[in-house]
Design a protein around this ligand. Structure first.
Ligand SMILES: [Zn+2]
Length: 685
């Protein structure tokens, strides 16, 4: 039994400023899940009280007594939310899911209580109206604008009945988002494919067999094999299994997540779309997409659509070529290529054409070495060093490790947490989170960030080997981490990765490129047994095969991105999403051999929150910048060119959201990005 006083202590622990070295660290060793709800409640109440003081200030509104005071509010809530989000994303068990379902609508209502506080908004608007003519710094002016527009975009200018409707919509959406993501988690956790005989593993590399056996063991099915319904288990199976019927079962299981039964997400998606359309109209926008893109680098849905459409035909043509190449091999097996055959035959073609077997690479891709490789890149580009802190810093799971990051003068920069392994209750995929944002406003506060992946653990005593795509993803997420760590701004609201959605993937996607450089591969792609570096011949093969299967990769992404954008431009209040998906793909002449990377019923980017809704195009948008930026390094003849790296650091990695992203890009590159660079990068010219 937990006594009231113990609970109070647990709540205070979550609310209080973090203690210990580095300006304090998250108290992961003292988290009681039962304390999360009361702590969130208290923290929200505290911030509302703080904001009331700002709103009721009898002094005339100034930047200091209004905007800065606002920036400084809600510190306790930030701390509790950090812990809460770690638990919802990486330790999401049954009790946590109940907490999430209870808290998400309350957090939405809390946000509305802030943006609908008219006395507070009046003061923010008063400061904003005078800010351009004031003596404020450019960053301060930017922060004024940011707060004003985020209030206005959230409905602060509406009348009271409209505000009430808006708030009801937001709370309902919060519940729908939570249910949507919990349904996917359920389908990923529970709908596995069990294999009873080792003949069913035919074609699988030994590491994948072992993972399947380990997966079975954790589910109490010792002696069997389990193909979990997650991307990290499904994709290797589809690539290597020679058992076509099983490939089809595994594929169907995966692409129908959230599509039927108790976890059917389609009605939720329908309702989300209707509510978003209603909200956009209430806020005075043509569609949700128009509202969403206003605050991005693209600015308007047409610009995003234009980019996506310019790539569609070249990608479709490439897919037809890829299918023809694969069909030539499949004919020998008397098979007509279907969607569940794509990865398998693509791998066969790759082996034949480039003499490149993805498994040949794996012995050279040790997770530990790749982590060192990322540290090396961060050092060569930005002068950073990383040092393991061992067990000195509390973590929420024994798999998590913590590193201190320093700059070239040895000064503390921040902390990097690394949580590499899959576990039940952990969201699939890979991501970065910011536990604490850098700022100089309330003293010099350093960033605390984390990278998360879902590697399936190697057997005890064996090295953790990963595949090439996962190595690329590792570098990607590390790019986000560096963006958070290197931030050097005054105010938290413009710090680190708090930039436009279609700009935030620029640093991360750019960082991927340093993996495939001789400087990195020769040092860190070492064979786990012989310690020999990866042979040059193999590097050459990777380079030659770089544009291989780009048709498939581009189209599975682009179909999802286009459907996302068009769904949100349709503005209909009753869309049957399955019908819509079928019709749209037909209209686009989507080749039958490719399936959307994220079908609507499990499109978390779009339906587990507002974040990437009408925003999945962002990866492509950012890739246009990336392709152009990488050419700058390549053309210089030195991928670590110090001048270019310095410009990249000063105008992209450290500057947060202090300026418009197109301005930041021009400062870095000296001009706008050239879209042709993207076509060259994907081999479409
Ligand atoms: Zn990313």
């Amino acid at each position: 039994m937990t006594s009231v006083s113990t609970l109070n202590i647990n709540v205070r622990t979550l609310l209080n400023p973090w203690t210990g070295a580095y300006g304090g660290v998250p108290p992961f060793d003292h988290v009681a899940v039962s304390a999360l709800v009361p702590a969130l409640q208290t923290a929200m109440d505290e911030q509302l009280a703080e904001l009331q003081v700002i709103a009721n200030n009898p002094q005339p509104p100034t930047f200091a007594n209004t905007i800065e005071a606002f920036e400084n509010s809600g510190r306790a809530l930030d701390r509790v939310l950090t812990i809460y989000h770690v638990y919802t994303s990486t330790l999401n068990d049954k009790p946590m899911q109940e907490i999430e379902l209870e808290m998400e609508p309350k957090l939405a209502a809390f946000q509305d209580a802030i943006t609908q506080n008219s006395a507070l908004f009046k003061r923010i608007k008063a400061v904003y109206d005078k800010c351009e003519q004031s003596a404020l710094t450019p960053e301060q002016k930017r922060v004024c604008w940011l707060h004003y527009q985020s209030f206005a975009r959230a409905g602060a200018l509406l009348d009271d009945p409209a505000k009430e409707t808006l708030s009801a919509i937001n709370q309902r959406l919060a519940t729908l988002y939570t249910e949507f993501s919990q349904n996917i988690l359920k389908d990923e956790n529970d709908k596995q494919i069990v294999l009873d005989h080792d003949t069913q593993l035919a074609g699988l590399p030994s590491a994948d067999r072992e993972s399947a056996a380990a997966e079975a063991a954790t589910r109490g099915l010792k002696g069997k094999w389990v193909i979990a319904n997650t991307r990290s288990s499904v994709e290797p199976f589809l690539t290597y299994s020679t058992q076509r019927e099983l490939r089809e079962s595994v594929w169907r299981n995966f692409v129908t997540r959230g599509d039927h039964g108790a976890t059917d997400n389609k009605p939720l998606a329908n309702e989300v779309l209707a509510l978003r359309a209603q909200r956009a109209s209430l806020l005075g926008y043509a569609t949700f997409a128009h509202w969403q893109l206003e605050d991005t680098m693209a600015k308007h849905p047409d610009k995003a659509l234009q980019l996506m459409r310019s790539l569609w035909q070249p990608a479709v043509r490439r897919v037809h070529e890829e299918v023809a190449d694969m069909q030539a091999l499949a004919d020998k097996d008397s098979i007509k290529i279907e969607a569940w055959d794509y990865r398998y035959y693509a791998e066969q073609v790759r082996r034949e054409r480039y003499d490149l077997d993805a498994n040949e690479l794996k012995p050279f891709l040790q997770l530990d070495k790749l982590r060192e490789a990322m540290f090396f890149v961060a050092n060569r580009l930005f002068g950073l060093t990383f040092e393991s802190l061992g067990k000195k810093i509390p973590t929420y799971h024994s798999d998590v490790s913590v590193y201190e990051v320093r700059n070239e003068s040895g000064q503390h920069v921040g902390l990097w947490y690394f949580d590499p392994y899959a576990r039940r209750g952990k969201q699939s995929g890979a991501w970065m989170s910011e536990y604490r944002r850098q700022e100089n406003f309330s003293g010099s506060v350093s960033a605390i960030v984390s990278n998360n992946s879902n590697f399936i653990k190697a057997k005890a005593g064996e090295p953790m080997l990963i595949n090439w795509d996962d190595a690329v993803t590792l570098f990607h997420e590390f790019g986000h981490a560096l963006h958070g760590l290197l931030s050097n701004v005054q105010y938290p609201s413009v710090s680190g990765t708090s930039v436009a959605r279609d700009f935030v993937e620029f640093p991360s996607q750019l960082l991927e490129h340093w993996l495939l450089t001789p400087e990195v591969l020769n040092r860190f792609a070492l064979h786990y047994q012989t310690k020999e570096p990866i042979p040059q011949a193999l590097i050459d093969k990777i380079k030659q095969a770089k544009n291989f299967n780009q048709g498939f990769a581009t189209l599975e992404y682009l179909s999802s991105a286009l459907v996302d954008m068009e769904l949100h431009l349709a503005n209909a209040d009753a869309i049957d999403v399955s019908q819509y998906e079928r019709d749209k793909l037909l209209e686009l002449s989507m080749p039958a051999e490719v399936v959307m990377r994220h079908r609507i019923p499990h499109f978390s980017h779009v339906f587990s929150g507002d974040g990437y809704a009408a925003g999945y195009y962002s990866y492509l948008w950012a890739d246009t910048l990336v392709a152009d930026a990488w050419e700058a390094f390549v053309e210089s003849g030195n991928v670590f060119d110090p001048d270019i790296a310095t410009r990249l650091r000063d105008h992209v990695f450290t500057s947060g959201y202090q300026q418009e992203p197109d301005v930041a890009y021009r400062l870095f590159r000296g001009r706008d990005a050239d879209v042709q660079a993207l076509m060259r990068k994907r081999g479409f010219v």
